[in-house]
Every structure is written in structure tokens, then in C-alpha cells.
Write a new protein. Structure first.
Length: 321
């Protein structure tokens, strides 16, 4: 089992989630009765593959054999959340709280459910009851205070958060959103412009500034900052924002190569596909998209959804509207 599990983990690292699910299913069938361990692993892989319904079924099969399996309970909770069954997911997370090993993850899952349900008072009550470390509770407390309209308290919480962890990206993003709501985008953009004159500050300040410019209808200013971030070795998240903005700003010829590069790295990203398909259509580059997806399928044979995209593009090429 150790060798099989090592292979399973490698497949997950390679984002070959359906292959990992197939391996888990194969291992599960080796015994005379369903193996709750491998059923749980199968559920994990299916959930990452975006097949929440099948993941929930596998997790429930594991629980039918081993009702006190905390990991199966958690995958079940995550699958229910992915299916939009937030109350059911919350109930599962509450069930998992009784298991020591699963409790930290269950607390996070419960807070996410309460956030989706906008049950802010309950979230604050639980944070106080659990007495979590400040850095762990801060993002949830900020969100809950903001949700309750207690904006100044949320800003104060962000400020304390940043005092404990200077330049912490989640705290900076949350603070920027709250200040935009209070002061308006122009004022916050001006403050960020001053901050960018400090060379020692980390790239997240430039990323927030670019995002504010984009939202304020200043795409060229945003793109200028994204280009600087890319030159500094920005990650995929920044590259995605740059590509999306290029595509929306009428610069599809620059966006397409970047979108293709990103899709090679993340062939399952639905937002990248939507942006790429729309940009190719506007540019009249349907054949380019077909050829790219055909090549991508050769590199990522597990990405079965590409077949459907290729068929749709061929229909569009044959019957342009």
C-alpha cells in the first residue's frame, strides 16, 4: 500500500487528479470489501478534479464502512460545500470538530460555511469560544465585522494584524478593500502611489495598486504595474490578472500568448478557458484555438474537457454567427 500511496501522492502533485482517482479505485477493489482509506483518497482526487458529486459518493461509501473516519467526514464536508449545500457542509464540519486530528480543518470549514451564509454573529461567537491564535482568527474576524457593517472595527483589526505581521498580504488586501469602501478609490490609490515610492516594500503593494487602478477604470496604469511585477518574477496569480486585463482592454494579440502559457500550466482553469475562447473569437483566431487545444490535449491527456472545447470551436468555425 505504501508504494501505491506514494504513486497516488505523486499524481496529485502532478495535478493528474483523474488518474489519481482511478488508482485509488483500483486499490479499493483489491480487497474483499470496500476499503475506507482508499475510498477517502478517491474522494480527495475526485474533488480536486472538480467532480464533487462523485467525490461525495465515495466519501459517503467510506463513512458507511467507517462512520468515525474524520478524513472521510472532512472530504464529505468539502464536497457538500462545492455542491452549494452549505448547511449540510456546516453540519459535517461540526461533526468533525469532535476529532482532534480533524478539528483545525473542521474549524476552518465551519467558518467558511458561516461566511457563505453571512452568519456573522455566530462566526464571532465561535471565534471567541475557540480562542484561536490571533493570526488565525484575524481574517475571519475582519470579514465578520465588515459583514456586520462595523467597518471601523474591521479596519482597527486589520491594523493590529499588520502590527503583528508587517506587510502581510491578506491583511493588506483586506485593509485596502475596507479603506476603498470608506474613503473611495481615488484616496486609496493616492496613498498606494506614495507607498510605492518606498523601494523596500514587497511586491504586494504594487499588486494592490494595480488592482485598484483596474477597478477604477485605469487599465493602462494597471498593466504598467503588472509588467513591472512580471519582470520581478510574479507568480501565476498576477500573470492571470495581467492576461485577463489585456484581453478586456482590446490588446488580445498580447493576451493570447500569455493565456496559452497559463493554460499549459493550469489546463483545468475555467476562467482562463473563458478568457482565451472569447479573445480568440474576437480576433477571428478560432483555428489557432483548435490547434492549441489539440496540442494541449497531447500534453495533458487527462484533461478530457478539452474534447468538448475543440468540438465547440469546430462548430463555431463551420457556422460563424
Amino acid at each position: 500500500m505504501s508504494e501505491a500511496f506514494d504513486e497516488f501522492q505523486q499524481l496529485l502533485k502532478q495535478k493528474r487528479y483523474r488518474d489519481a482517482a482511478g488508482l485509488a479505485e483500483k486499490e479499493c477493489q483489491k480487497g474483499s470489501s470496500p476499503d475506507p482509506f482508499w475510498l477517502t483518497q478517491q474522494a480527495v482526487a475526485l474533488l480536486r478534479a472538480g467532480e464533487a458529486e462523485r467525490a461525495l459518493s465515495a466519501a459517503n461509501q467510506a463513512l458507511a464502512t467507517d462512520p468515525s473516519n474524520p478524513y472521510a467526514i472532512m472530504v464529505s464536508a468539502d464536497s457538500l460545500l462545492a455542491l452549494g449545500k452549505v448547511e449540510d457542509s456546516l453540519a459535517r464540519n461540526r461533526e468533525a470538530l469532535t476529532f482532534g486530528k480533524a478539528a483545525p480543518r473542521a474549524r476552518k470549514g465551519a467558518l467558511e460555511c458561516l461566511s457563505r451564509l453571512s452568519r456573522w454573529e455566530e462566526m464571532i461567537s465561535l471565534l471567541a469560544e475557540w480562542a484561536l491564535p490571533e493570526d488565525e482568527s484575524a481574517p475571519w474576524k475582519v470579514k465578520a465585522l465588515a459583514g456586520l457593517g462595523r467597518r471601523e472595527e474591521a479596519i482597527a483589526e486589520c491594523t493590529r494584524w499588520l502590527e503583528r505581521v508587517p506587510n502581510h498580504p491578506p491583511a493588506l488586501w483586506a485593509l485596502a478593500d475596507l479603506e476603498v469602501e470608506r474613503d473611495g478609490p481615488a484616496s486609496v490609490i493616492e496613498r498606494m502611489e506614495r507607498a510605492l515610492r518606498i523601494p523596500s516594500l514587497p511586491p504586494v503593494y504594487r499588486e494592490i495598486y494595480a488592482s485598484l487602478c483596474r477597478k477604477a477604470g485605469r487599465p493602462e496604469a494597471a498593466l504598467k504595474e503588472y509588467e513591472k511585477l512580471e519582470a520581478q518574477g510574479a507568480g501565476l496569480r498576477v500573470q492571470k490578472r495581467q492576461a485577463f486585463l489585456l484581453a478586456k482592454s482590446g490588446r488580445e494579440s498580447e493576451a493570447l500568448p500569455l493565456l496559452e502559457e497559463l493554460l499549459r500550466a493550469e489546463p483545468a482553469d475555467m476562467y482562463l478557458h473563458a478568457s482565451y475562447g472569447a479573445a480568440c473569437t474576437r480576433m477571428g483566431e478560432i483555428e489557432r484555438a483548435i490547434n492549441f487545444y489539440t496540442t494541449l490535449l497531447g500534453t495533458h491527456p487527462e484533461a478530457k474537457g478539452l474534447y468538448g472545447r475543440i468540438r465547440a470551436l469546430r462548430r463555431k468555425l463551420e457556422n460563424p454567427s
